[in-house]
Structures are given as C-alpha cells and as structure tokens.
Design a protein around this ligand. Structure first.
Ligand SMILES: [Fe+2]
Ligand SMILES: [Fe+2]
Length: 146
C-alpha cells in the first residue's frame, strides 16, 4: 500500500472531526470544553504532521521540483501547531473559539493542497516501490496491519 493512501485515509478521519468542530464550537458556552477540543486536535494533528514530515517530506527533499510545495506545507504545519499551542493560554471564550475555528479552516485548506498538489507530486516522483516501502513504515508507526 502506498503511503499516500494511508495519509489520505487519515485526512478522511480528520474531515469528520473538522465537521464536528464546525458544528459544535459556535454554540459551546464552556471555555474549558473548547480548550479540551483544541488539545485533542493538537495531539492528533501533531501525529499526522510528524509522520508526513519524517517519511514523505524527507523522501521528497531529494527532488528540487518538490522544494516549493514542501516549504509551503512545512510552514503551514508550523502555523497550525503554533495557533493550537496558543489556545491553552487564552482567557476569553470568544478568542479561544475563533482561534480554534480558524485552525480548522487552515487545516482544511492545507489538507486540500496536499491532496491536490503534494500527494500527486509524490506519486509522480517517488514511484510505486518507494511509495510502498514508505507505506510499510507508515503502517508500522500507526500500528495497523497491511
Ligand atoms: Fe500536512
Ligand atoms: Fe496531511
């Protein structure tokens, strides 16, 4: 199985979580609930971004044509991580709500760029054998049998 297939499956699960957050956050009245959702999203997204960076992005670093998209993806990982890291320090409920909703929006756009540009580029540049080898590493890290 190609690593890009594994990562796409992870995106699909995140989309369900993003939909849920978009639905419940606007009417949440308790700040600690918003912060708890932020922490859950932070840990899930960190795991996803780390795997992307350590397996897929590193393999793509060998190809100059991937440099531009990789720079954007890494920058967006930092932006998302940084914004989620600020939520625990906020005191206002509206501020916390709008920052978390903003992160959801940025993450959706980031995922779409990966799907439309980066994963397609990886499929072209890395070839089936390398993608499958990375897919095995992905499965091992995630603890799934393929
Ligand atoms: Fe990413
Ligand atoms: Fe991703």
């Amino acid at each position: 199985m190609k690593i890009t297939a594994g990562l796409l499956g992870e995106h699909a699960v995140f989309y369900a979580q993003f939909d849920h957050l978009d639905q419940v956050l606007p009417r949440e009245q308790v700040i600690r609930e918003i912060k708890a959702q932020g922490l859950m999203l932070e840990s899930a997204l960190a795991g996803h971004a780390n795997i992307e960076e350590e397996l897929l992005f590193q393999a793509l670093d060998l190809f100059p044509e991937a440099t531009g998209p990789l720079n954007v993806m890494r920058m967006e990982h930092e932006e998302i991580e940084g914004a989620l890291g600020r939520i625990p320090e906020l005191n206002g409920i509206e501020e916390s709500r709008s920052l978390l909703l903003h992160v959801v929006q940025v993450a959706r756009q980031h995922f779409a760029k990966e799907e439309q540009i980066l994963f397609k580029l990886a499929d072209q540049l890395l070839g089936d054998t390398k993608l499958a080898e990375l897919g095995l590493q992905w499965a091992e890290r995630r603890g799934v049998m393929v």
